[in-house]
Design a protein around this ligand. Sequence first.
Ligand SMILES: Nc1nc2c(ncn2[C@@H]2O[C@H](COP(=O)(O)OP(=O)(O)OP(=O)(O)O)[C@@H](O)[C@H]2O)c(=O)[nH]1
Ligand SMILES: *[C@@H]1O[C@H](CO)[C@@H](O)[C@H](O)[C@H]1NC(C)=O
Ligand SMILES: *[C@@H]1O[C@H](CO)[C@@H](O)[C@H](O)[C@H]1NC(C)=O
Ligand SMILES: [Mg+2]
Length: 204
Amino acid sequence: MAKKYDFLFKLLLIGDSGVGKTCLIIRFAEDNFNSTYISTIGIDFKVKTIEVDGKKVKLQVWDTAGQERFKTITTAYYRGAMGIILVYDITDDKSFENIQNWMKSIKENASAGVSRMLLGNKCDIEAKRKVSKETGEKLAKDHGIRFFETSAKSNINVEESFLALARDILQKSSKKPVKEQGPTGREVKITSSTEKKSSKCVLL
Ligand SMILES: Nc1nc2c(ncn2[C@@H]2O[C@H](COP(=O)(O)OP(=O)(O)OP(=O)(O)O)[C@@H](O)[C@H]2O)c(=O)[nH]1
Ligand SMILES: *[C@@H]1O[C@H](CO)[C@@H](O)[C@H](O)[C@H]1NC(C)=O
Ligand SMILES: *[C@@H]1O[C@H](CO)[C@@H](O)[C@H](O)[C@H]1NC(C)=O
Ligand SMILES: [Mg+2]
C-alpha cells in the first residue's frame, strides 16, 4: 500500500478567546461552520491531509484555548509546533493589540525556527470592523510573516492561508519525508479546486 503522506506538519493556532480559532480549524478540516460559541477547554486537534506542490502533507492542527487560565497548558504545546498561526478578530481592537503578547509567548516558548502567520478573522463583518487591513498588513510585515484576512463563516482565505503556511514549512524543511504513520485521524485529500470568493478581504 502506498504511504498516506510524505510530510507531517504540526501547526498551532493561538490568539484571544473568541477570535475564531476553533471555527477556522473546523472550516479548514471539515468545511463546516456553526455559530454556537463553545469556548475551547485546554487543547484539541484536527488533522487534514492536503497536497502541496505534488507532496501529500498531513497537517496536525492544534487548537488552543484563548482564555488566560489555560496559558500554562497551551504554552507547553508551542515547542512541538512547526507553524504557529496568530489570530485576531478585525472587529475587536483588543484582540489585535494582544497579538504583541502572543508574539512574546512564541518567543519565550516556541522553537527558534518556527514559521509564523498572522490572520485577521471575521472579515465578513465589514460593518463592525475596528482594525484596518493595512494595520494588520503592517504588523505582519514588521515581523516578516504572512498575513491574510479570513472568514471562517464565509469561507474566505481559510484553505489559502493554511496552504501558504504549509508551503513555507515544506520549503524550509525539504527532503525529510516521514516514514511511519502518525496518530490516526480523518484523512481528507483535497484537490486544487480553489474557487475564489469575491469579498473585500480576498488577497490576490
Ligand atoms: N461573523 C463571524 N463570526 C465568527 C467567525 N469565526 C468565528 N466566529 C464566531 O466567533 C465566536 C467564537 O469563535 P471560536 O472559534 O469558538 O473562538 P476561539 O478563538 O476558538 O475561542 P476560544 O476557544 O475561547 O479561545 C463564535 O460565536 C463563532 O461563531 C467568522 O469568520 N465570522
Ligand atoms: C450547532 O452546535 C450546537 C452545539 O453543539 C448544536 O446544538 C446545533 O444543533 C448546531 N447547529 C447546527 C445547524 O448544526
Ligand atoms: C514559557 O516561557 C516562560 C518564560 O520563559 C516560562 O516561564 C514557562 O515555563 C514556559 N512554559 C513552558 C511550558 O515551557
Ligand atoms: Mg476555541
